[in-house]
Ligand binder design. Structure first.
Ligand code: D41
Length: 670
């Protein structure tokens, strides 16, 4: 037993260090000298050495810890980390605000929180009873990597929350970044040591967080700004996003001082202009600003599409641009046969990276911009987005150039190239005869979100197809060691590992399998909805176009693609072959479909008095109804509260049945 006086003293030392640390790194106004801080840390260290049972995970001595990891563990985010939709210009921004106002049926302008957009790495910090227990990268938003050891080395991240009203669980979301000064200093020193330098601060932050040895991370000048909460248990959410940020500040998290609440989109644009000027004097990089609807009830009502909230938008600063020459224009063939024109360029340094290819999107775009081989062009690179050709400098065009034409035959397989009447996209009609389409569909099948075949990278797939070792997806499950061990850059060991990964991929889930099939417009979110709704693949295959549209998020176009895919004999044969090879998934329990309002679609407009719109939505959904935001002729009922918006007029125009709040209550409680 350790004497109580020692326990109390250790707690006092820890509290002191926590306070000093907070003042230094979060408030950036130190309250003691470095020597004093070190003295207390040393005293604590000595006591912990003597009484190891007193070492707690949140002790300031535990920031750099333990042995290097072998690999990062996966972390399933309890609340998904959503992504942000982008607005690249004022028109897109105005459209965003208009959608917000329409969906909320607002007459007055919406209130927005404006935040700088830090160019770093998004992470999630999980605190239980106020103690940091886990840090994770965003990953794909659903699953990230456990970087707890590395996050603990960041001094601005509290190991222990301050203040009162500490929740049982809170996940704090923020952006880890490297200040410009730290980035430059690090690169100068790395260059002196003859080591690799980072191209930009974001890569530096990302590379530093992804070190298996936290001692290396500890040497990097990482910092954080927090901007949201994920899971929250034990206390009620406040009413606004701004109040959440105040709570974070209260708990000792670092929140950016340039965050502001404004009313209406005009004030957002003013903020944007202010930050654009301020940007150059900030000690860290920002690549735009973010606007978020402040009111949380409104956020909830807006919800999200795919994985981005409808209530937030990133307003990007203009991208960096540079001039270079077009050496060639080639057409790449994608998984669905779409031909994408790509400009091969004289290499040029834009926005922190050397670019030698840029997309031209589609043939209409090429002809509209009239980009020709030999032209000098403007190249734009915005953040992570694929570089694009903005325009050609016609004044500098050499003689004898010709407009780029769409090839009549697929450059890969020679099949006819076809274009629908109004489709901007031209496609190779070769289907799975086309090597390019087959390669892309196999890559997609093997990808992490799909069957997750570790080690089956793009280069390997290309070799396997080019050397005719495999032709179609099901052939993957017939691969033998001898066939793959001879591939370039493939040793016996990695060949064996690949076979194991292929074998393990057989154990999958229905959503992953559905997504892996590569049906047009079927992302993982839609695949999950389909799986949840039908429970069995056979039922999805058997469903007709109308039935498919009962699934959340499935509209007429997606339903058509699904039905078309499952009508093709060769696709059904492929599915059979895969299942015969042993691909399987656990059964899914479906929510009952025989509810009173199954198959009915509702739109809610105006203010309800006896329940909130959210409650109405939940009650309707519990009875099987689907709630959508816009009125169409497929809408079954429009529920009209007081001060209804334009949706009411539209319902009348289309002759959709209109329900009052009382009618709704009657319907819910017959
Ligand atoms: O500064 C940022 N990079 C930033 C990113 C920010 N200030 N706010 C953000 N808010 C969100 C939501 C609205 C989803 C909570 C974000 C991000 N998301 C984000 N960053 C990367 C993916 C999403």
């Amino acid at each position: 037993m350790v004497a109580e006086s020692v326990v109390v003293h250790v707690e006092k030392l820890k509290a002191k260090l926590r306070e000093y640390n907070y003042r230094y790194y979060v408030l950036e106004s130190p309250s003691v000298s470095d020597a004093e801080y070190d003295r207390i840390l040393c005293e604590l260290q000595n006591l912990e050495n003597k009484y190891p049972e007193l070492i707690a995970a949140d002790s300031p001595t535990q920031r750099v810890g333990a042995e290097p990891l072998k690999a990062f563990q996966e972390v399933q985010h309890k609340v998904p980390m959503l992504s942000l939709q982008n607005a690249f210009n004022e028109d897109e921004l105005i459209a965003f605000d208009k959608r917000v106002m329409e969906r909320l049926d607002l007459v007055d302008e919406a209130q927005y929180v404006c935040e700088p957009k830090f160019d770093g790495v998004s992470i999630s910090l999980r605190y239980e009873q106020g103690v940091l227990v886990q840090a994770a990268t965003r990953g794909d938003g659903a699953v990230g990597e456990d970087i707890t050891q590395n996050a603990k080395t960041i001094a601005a991240i509290p190991l222990h929350l301050r203040g009162d009203n500490i929740p049982e669980v809170v996940e704090v979301r923020g952006e880890v970044y490297i200040p410009l000064a730290g980035f430059e200093k690090y690169n100068i020193e790395a260059a002196k040591r003859g080591e690799k330098v980072f191209v930009n601060p974001r890569n530096a932050a990302s590379g530093s967080l992804r070190q298996l040895d936290s001692k290396i991370t500890a040497e990097r000048p990482l910092n954080i700004f927090c901007y949201a909460v994920g899971e929250l248990v034990g206390i009620d959410l406040p009413e606004s996003h701004y109040e959440i940020l105040q709570l974070l500040i209260h708990w000792g998290m670092r929140v950016n001082p340039d965050i502001k609440v404004v009313t209406g989109i005009t004030e957002c644009t003013q903020y944007y202009n202010e930050m654009m000027i301020k940007r150059n004097s900030l000690p860290y990089e920002i690549d735009g600003v973010v606007y978020k609807v402040n009111n949380l009830a409104q956020q909830q009502e807006l919800g999200f599409v795919s994985r981005a909230p409808r209530w937030a938008v990133a307003h990007k600063f203009p991208a960096q641009e540079e001039y270079t020459k077009v050496l060639a224009v080639e057409f790449q063939v994608g998984r669905t046969g779409a031909l994408t024109p790509v400009a091969r360029l004289e290499p040029v340094f834009v926005g922190g990276a050397t670019i030698s290819n840029a997309t031209l999107h589609n043939i209409d775009e090429v002809q509209r911009k009239d980009v020709r081989v030999g032209d000098t062009v403007v190249i734009r690179r915005a953040g992570d987005v694929i570089p694009e050709v903005v325009s050609a400098v016609v004044e500098q065009r050499p003689e004898g150039t010709r407009p780029v034409e769409l090839p009549k035959k697929c450059p890969v397989c020679g099949s006819d190239v076809v274009r629908g009447e109004d489709a901007a996209v031209a496609r190779c009609s070769g289907g799975l005869y086309c090597n390019a389409q087959r390669k892309e569909s196999i890559k997609h099948f093997a990808s992490k979100t799909a069957m997750d075949i570790d080690g089956l990278g793009d280069k390997i797939v290309e070799q396997l197809v080019d050397e005719k070792i495999i032709e179609h997806v099901p052939d993957l499950y017939k691969l033998e060691l001898s066939a793959i061990a001879n591939l370039e850059r493939m040793g016996e060991k990695s060949a064996q590992n690949l076979l194991v990964a292929i074998e393990e991929s057989k154990n999958t889930t229905l959503p992953k399998f559905l997504y892996a099939l590569g049906i047009r417009e079927i992302g993982i979110a839609t695949a999950k909805n389909l799986a949840q709704y039908y429970g069995e693949l056979e039922k999805i295959i058997a469903a007709n176009i109308e039935e498919l549209q009962e699934v959340p998020d499935v509209g007429p176009v997606v339903a058509l693609y699904l039905a078309a895919f499952f009508r093709q004999q060769h696709n059904l044969e492929m599915i059979d072959k895969l299942r015969q090879s042993g691909v399987h998934w656990p059964a899914i329990k479906v929510q009952s479909k025989d509810l009173p309002l199954s198959g009915k679609t509702f739109v809610l407009t105006g203010t309800l008095t006896q329940m909130t719109r959210e409650e109405a939505k939940e009650k309707l959904e519990a009875q099987g109804a689907k709630i959508t935001s816009s009125v169409s002729k497929n809408t079954s009922y429009v529920v009209v509260g007081s001060d209804p918006g334009s949706k009411y007029d539209k319902a009348q125009k289309l002759g959709v049945e209109i329900l009052s709040e009382d009618d709704l209550i009657e319907l819910l409680n017959p």
